[in-house]
Design a protein around this ligand. Structure first.
Ligand code: PSV
Ligand code: MN
Ligand code: MN
Length: 426
């Protein structure tokens, strides 16, 4: 399925008058406050977020899985789905593949399909948390950290294979997330597990092309419930530093213990030039993978405030790989991704409204009240007309969820693919 220009235009027709009215009101106000609205619009229009290939089907839990029907059952169909989201939002111009789930059968054809839809291949993800069919060694007791050399070698080789696959598609980063850890005290020697992981990552790093990055993701618990080898940003940063300049820490919003100050983590990693990428989602308790901004939108804004500051003030930190990492049981996955993209853009737009020089002055004056006023003044602004305008400028729709429903995209997908299709993923 591919959306046509006239479908986009027809969706926008009924929304245009309202949009123009609210945009004019907001842009007048922002101009008066000294904001450069055109600059904000072009920053929003440029901002692209990679869609995880594993989030296009309904997510399952260990208790069950409820399909949304018409799910993509091949890589081609996954790219098609991202093409639909991108046509509507103009914000989803990349995909993050997971290997072996997404090994292309025809590289040239997949690249051509993605090119035609304006979709780039962002970081590729390796999978050493599941045993693959016919695999010689098992990851039951860990992969890169395993006490068995043969297991570690298999996991290293898999990561090297993933790099090769990504390279053929134009990816420039490998994301490593490990499930390695232990479920019971005494099960693992912490130092041995960490050192094995470091050595394995160095072996993978040696196979990284010069213009690639390695992104080391951390997570405090699950699937292991006592210890995780790469449990936090400190462990990730040590491992990245142990590999070299092309290795970075990847922050997944859901991978923190409750109430962690993620914005501070993000800020310090940028200061050290070591923030490599981001997995957006939201959570109440742990790695819930809920829609971005659905639970803690103010925290998301505060994170973006640090990111905007870092992008302006930390040239030592490279451009970030922006990705969503969410999956659902109870929402149409495409609608969920559209909502996530909207929330990301909204937080970004609000962060762009923070008057950084006024904030710095208030901080120097120790004017705590003023500091809060500045941040919350930006946060309380309804920036949605800016998002609409940025989408329109790129050829997207004013209201992506309305358009998705008016065009009955899920209905079309079910018609084309049938009801009982199942996408690979988490
Ligand atoms: C598991 O927690 C996880 O959600 C990680 O966040 C990874 O990024 C993702 O799976 C894909 O491997
Ligand atoms: Mn993640
Ligand atoms: Mn996760």
């Amino acid at each position: 399925m591919k959306l046509q220009k006239d479908q986009i235009l027809s969706c926008n027709k009924s929304e245009m008058e309202n949009h123009n009215e609210s945009f004019d009101f907001l842009s007048n106000k922002l101009n008066k406050q000294g904001h450069d609205v055109n600059n904000i619009l072009s920053r929003l229009a440029e901002f692209q977020v990679a869609i995880p290939s594993w989030a296009l089907g309904a997510g399952g839990t260990r208790f069950g899985r409820f399909s949304f029907f018409g799910e993509p059952s091949s890589l081609e169909q996954k790219i098609e789905d991202i093409g639909v989201i991108h046509s509507l939002t103009q914000t989803a111009g990349a995909v993050s593949l997971h290997i072996p789930w997404d090994i292309p059968s025809d590289y040239k054809a997949i690249k051509e399909q993605a090119d035609a839809l304006n979709i780039k291949f962002d970081a590729v993800n390796s999978n050493t948390f599941q045993d693959q069919k016919n695999a010689k060694e098992s990851y039951k007791y860990g992969s890169l950290s395993n006490t068995s050399k043969a297991v570690r070698e298999q996991a290293i080789q898999h990561n090297l294979d993933v790099i090769k696959i990504g390279d053929k598609l134009g990816s420039k980063a490998l994301t490593v997330w490990l499930a390695d850890g232990s479920c019971f005290p005494g099960q693992n020697n912490f130092q041995t597990a960490f050192q094995n992981t470091q050595d394995s990552l160095i072996d993978i790093y040696k196979g990284l092309p010069d213009d690639w990055k390695m992104l080391v993701e951390y997570k405090p618990y699950e699937p292991n419930f006592y210890s995780t080898v790469i449990q936090d940003w400190g462990a990730s940063l040590m491992l990245a530093n142990g590999c070299g300049d092309k290795a970075y820490t990847l922050v997944d919003l859901g991978h923190h213990l409750p109430n962690s100050n993620i914005e501070q983590i993000v800020s310090i990693l940028q200061l050290k030039g070591k923030l490599g990428g981001f997995h957006f989602n939201d959570s109440k308790y742990g790695d819930d993978d809920l829609t971005v901004g659905s639970i803690k939108p103010y925290a998301l804004f505060l994170i973006f405030n640090e990111l905007v500051y870092g992008m302006a003030n930390n040239p030592q930190n490279p451009d970030l790989a922006w990705m969503i990492d969410a999956s659902h049981n109870v929402k149409d996955p495409l609608e969920d991704l559209i909502q996530s993209l909207e929330a990301i853009q909204e937080a970004y737009a609000k962060a762009l409204l923070v008057n950084q020089s006024a904030l710095k002055a208030a901080q120097l004056d120790n004017d705590v009240v003023k500091c809060q006023e500045i941040l919350q003044g930006a946060y309380r602004t309804d920036v949605r007309p800016l998002l609409e305008k940025a989408r329109l400028a790129n050829g997207g729709v004013i209201n992506p969820i309305n358009a998705y429903r008016t065009l009955d995209i899920r209905g079309q997908l079910i018609k084309e693919r049938g009801k009982h299709t199942v996408a690979t993923g988490l």
